[in-house]
Structures are given as structure tokens and as C-alpha cells.
Design a binder for this molecule. Sequence first.
Ligand SMILES: C[S@@+](CC[C@H](N)C(=O)[O-])C[C@H]1O[C@@H](n2cnc3c(N)ncnc32)[C@H](O)[C@@H]1O
Length: 276
Amino acid sequence: MAVVASPPAEGLGAWLDQVVAEDSLELLPQLPAESIDTVFWDPPYFLQIPPAKGRRLKRWKVQTEVVGVQDTWDQFGSFAEYDAFIQSNLEELRRVLKPEGTLWVIGTYHNIHRVGRLLQDLGFWILNDVVWVKSNPMPNWLGVRFTNAVETLIWAVREKEAKGYYFDRKLAQAYGGSSTAPSVWYLPICTGKERLKTAEGKKLHSTQKPEALLERVIGISVPPGGVILDPMAGTGTTGAVAKRLGRHFILIEKEPAYVEAARQRIAKVQTDLFTK
Ligand SMILES: C[S@@+](CC[C@H](N)C(=O)[O-])C[C@H]1O[C@@H](n2cnc3c(N)ncnc32)[C@H](O)[C@@H]1O
């Protein structure tokens, strides 16, 4: 697909195409209102997982060990505290989006329903809930319920009445393998060479998303040359794919180790689209 970069939005200046080392609630209020085309938000899940107490979970067949999300950034004192955190961020994300701008938020059954209710209450209009079916999901512990093999991406427009939100229908049809562009995406989780590692060879980040997922999100919903904002960017998946696809990005991440990894990752992406 030929991508022609248009001039970046005015007023975003110093933050454009950067990974900003900051708390989202410190940086978002500094961004101009109605300046962003698309938001991709992968917030903490608030998984509430207790320590494993010596149990070790192995993947079926391959027997590699499963390491879950036990990071401090995923911990909150209560649902009320989590909801307040989500709501404050959503209010700012809504302010910085253009009226026809759209927001993607990804989550699991632990959090996505809470986030969905809050964003509806703030006035976002849900366009779809896209289901990402993982071809290689985490196994469950005890076999007492279904293996959770999906994540949900809510896609919502800021203003219900706003005309002209960006949707590349042909690309959505191509990814969906059908003229109806179905809202179910089958993709593996991020593994192998794509997964960023520490010097010791461990996963750098517990929830790095696959680039193939962001390729769909960005290709379908960010206008060429437009700006995507990821306020909790982790390893910088959104920035790496945006750069490759000729979109501008602003990433925010508060953990210095992830910021550094994301900057290095994005620097390696080759593109001449911004200079055409
Ligand atoms: C689910 S992960 C995002 C993973 C990312 N999509 C990727 O592909 O690597 C959520 C991230 O949000 C960051 N985070 C949590 N609260 C934050 C805040 N208030 N401001 C900025 N970043 C935050 C965490 O450090 C974590 O890296």
C-alpha cells in the first residue's frame, strides 16, 4: 500500500515520534486538546494473582514454564482504585482525541468490562469489540474452567455524531478474509525473536503485544501520516509498527527499563516515509 505522510498535527512539537519517560497522568494534560487521530491503550489488567507458592506452571506438550503478570505496575488496592485510575486516564485521552478520533483499549475478562462501562459513561461510542483469539494461549492452572484464549479490543469513537473516523475497509476485509470484515482476529501471542529479552535471556516485559496485532490496529484505524498515542507503551510495539507503516506516534511509559528498550527498538526500524 502506498503511504503518503501528511504534515504532523500542530502543537505536538517535542513529543512527536518520541517515547516519553513519564507517568501518563503527568504528560497527557500537557498535550493539546483534539490533536490525536487514534489512541491504542493497553492498560494494567489488575489480574489480582496471588504469589504462586512454589507451584510451577508448564505449557502443555512443550513443557516450558509459564511466567504470569506479577509486576508492581499491575497492582491496585481495590476495584475502586483501579476504576479511578482508568477513569482519570480516559478523561484525558478523550480530551486529546479529535472529535472523529478513535480509541482502542485492549484487555482480558479481568478488566475489559469495567473499562468498557467507564468509557461509555464518559461519552465514547463503541464501534466494535474485536476478539483476538490466541493460537497459543497460556494454559489454565487446574482444569476447573475454560482456558482463557482471548483478549478483547474495544474500538470506540470519541463522538457518536462525528463523521469521517478513519477505517480502511479494504484492509479490514483482507485481514478478515471476507467482505464482511469480521471482528475476530486469530493471531499468536508474541514469542521467539520478536520478544524482547533481558541480558539474562528472560522476557523483558510480561505482556509484550505481537506486532501483527498492532499492524491491524494501525493500518485500519490511523490515517496515513496521522498520529497514534499509546499512553502506557511498555516495549514500544505501537511505536515500532507505526514508524514502519508511516504513521506518527507519541508513546508514554513510566518504567525506565521499558522506555530505554522501546527507544532502541524503534531506532532500529527502517523507514523513509516521514521524509517523503
Ligand atoms: C500491559 S503493559 C503494555 C505492553 C505494551 N503494549 C507492549 O506491547 O509492550 C502496560 C504498561 O503500562 C505501564 N504503565 C502503567 N501505569 C502507567 C502510567 N500511569 N503511566 C505510564 N505508564 C504506565 C507499565 O509500566 C506497563 O509497561
